[in-house]
Design a protein around this ligand. Structure first.
Ligand code: ADP
Ligand code: MG
Length: 254
């Protein structure tokens, strides 16, 4: 589904081209669930934004193939239309635009536009699966919503617009245990369709009680320094990044 080869990226306005991503190689197949760990400032969020072609960054090399197509030059909306979804670390509020309007607009412009009846049915189911009442449909997006409700709304959006690849950036941060369970259920609902794939960035061990990553990667200094299975996450949560030799050498070299 996704094949990233040696991408490098820096901040768009940085005339010195100081790299934030320094050669990322990363592949995801349909049905896989990848967990990304890494110290603060190691490039995890930048990676998600570069995948979606954020104008904040410039990609300086490498390639990004999504479903066999090179997307590095494509604008963000085309990447989203193709089925890549990025959740916001801090979801913004949009005054004057309801949840229904935002998601219907996304649905209409996607490559699999549905009849209004099917769209509404899907939106209601997605809100329920994410632990939100149907009244959210007619509320302005995230206006007056709590942090937890905003994170649930990200999952409801993901489930409604029918993306294939979800990049969920710290979707679990700031959630109480009940909200975390609801968000995890939503993620699992998306992941149970084996045509989909998930990339989850998280610092917390707690979410691993509810979701089952198939692959784990560790970011450091804009690179992936270690990859493995769930045992890698367990080791880091128990012993810290110092337990991963490649992380220690990377941190020394920064
Ligand atoms: P992570 O998500 O792993 O904590 P980020 O991807 O947010 O890390 O950031 C990686 C590094 O790039 C940090 O040092 C951060 O300060 C820097 N960075 C990211 N985006 C910008 C930006 N728009 N302007 C300046 N520096 C940035
Ligand atoms: Mg981040």
């Amino acid at each position: 589904m996704l094949q990233v080869k040696n991408i490098q990226a820096s901040v768009a306005e940085d005339s010195g081209n100081t790299p934030i991503l320094r050669g990322i190689d990363f592949s995801v197949q349909a049905g896989e669930f990848h967990l990304i760990l890494g110290v603060n400032g190691s490039g995890k969020s930048t990676f998600g934004k570069v995948l979606l072609g954020s104008s904040q960054y410039k990609q300086m090399g490498g390639s990004i193939l999504f479903c066999g197509e090179e997307i590095s030059e494509k604008p963000t909306f085309e990447r989203a239309q193709m089925g890549i979804f990025l959740s916001h670390q801090s979801p913004p509020a949009l005054e004057g635009i309801s949840v229904k309007e935002v998601l219907r607009a996304a649905d209409k412009s996607s490559n699999h536009k549905r009849a209004l009846f099917h769209f509404k049915k899907s939106l209601k189911e997605s809100l329920s699966s994410s632990g939100l009442s149907h009244s959210f449909m007619d509320r302005d997006l995230n206006v007056g919503a709590s942090g937890g409700e905003r994170k649930k709304m990200e999952i409801a959006s993901l489930l409604t617009i029918g993306a294939k690849l979800a990049f969920l950036d710290e979707i679990d941060s700031g959630l109480d245990v009940d909200a975390l369970k609801m968000v995890s259920e939503g993620i699992n609902r998306f992941a149970e369709n084996k045509e989909n794939a998930v990339i989850l960035v998280s610092h917390s061990e707690t979410i691993l009680k509810y979701v089952n990553p198939t692959h784990v990667h560790v970011f450091c200094g804009g690179k992936i320094v270690a990859s493995g299975g769930i045992e890698l996450a367990e080791k880091i949560h128990k012993e810290g990044y110092g337990a991963v030799q490649d992380c220690v050498s990377c941190l020394k070299s920064i």
